[in-house]
Design a protein around this ligand. Sequence first.
Ligand SMILES: Cc1cc2nc3c(=O)[nH]c(=O)nc-3n(C[C@H](O)[C@H](O)[C@H](O)COP(=O)(O)O)c2cc1C
Length: 232
Amino acid sequence: MQPADSQPKKVLILYYSLSAQTSGLVHRLGAGLEAQGVQLACERLQPLVPRHFPIGTVPATLFLMFVTFLRTRMPIQPLSPICGEHYDLIVLAGPTWSYNPSGPVLSLLDRDGVRLFAGQQVLPLISCRGYWRMHWLSLRWQLARCGAMVVGRMIFAHPSKEPWRTIGVFLKLAGRVPERGRWLGRHYPRYGHSREQQDQAFTCGQAIGQALKRGSSLADLSFVAGPGQGSA
Ligand SMILES: Cc1cc2nc3c(=O)[nH]c(=O)nc-3n(C[C@H](O)[C@H](O)[C@H](O)COP(=O)(O)O)c2cc1C
């Protein structure tokens, strides 16, 4: 029989993503973990009523922003059985919605939070336009209430500068293509995270894999990526 230390470390990435930004980051993070020999499981939260990106119209976008500001839950499908296994670390990843965790993540915490996270090392990953602090504080509080050991944080903010970033994200959600606008496109070249941030997610996955193998703290790996270290 092999000694316990030579067993591969196991990581579960639980995530939700509407516009493919979190999913892009977690796939690179997962690749970095696997490059270090980590055994990876990935579970995407699936809302019972599927949501589509872009939302499509200005009124529908404003409406979703309003209901998400009220922390409205978005019920999700049952999790697959892989989520019931033991993991050395769970990464909980998702976007900021109106200064809060997204509706599917709130539903997950309500329904499965204690069962999944009690006594577990949990590392949240946040993908946002730039305003993540309230989301981070409430997520950390909710995870602690479920009995989780929150071991750090990975924050990715869109790299574009304000005010173009806010205008660009809103127009993108509403179904426009701001990056192709003759004037706006000069200030807002793309929606979402950059290639550099995706590479950073890969490096971060490698660093987490190494730390798990060494048995060292993950807290030193916390970081905020992007210009938008907004205070909200
Ligand atoms: C309804 C809604 C509300 C949002 N509110 C915020 C916000 O309060 N702060 C922020 O920084 N980004 C906000 N965003 C932008 C997303 O967090 C950002 O685009 C993120 O990268 C999307 O990740 P995803 O593609 O994985 O869903 C919001 C997006 C949506 C759809």
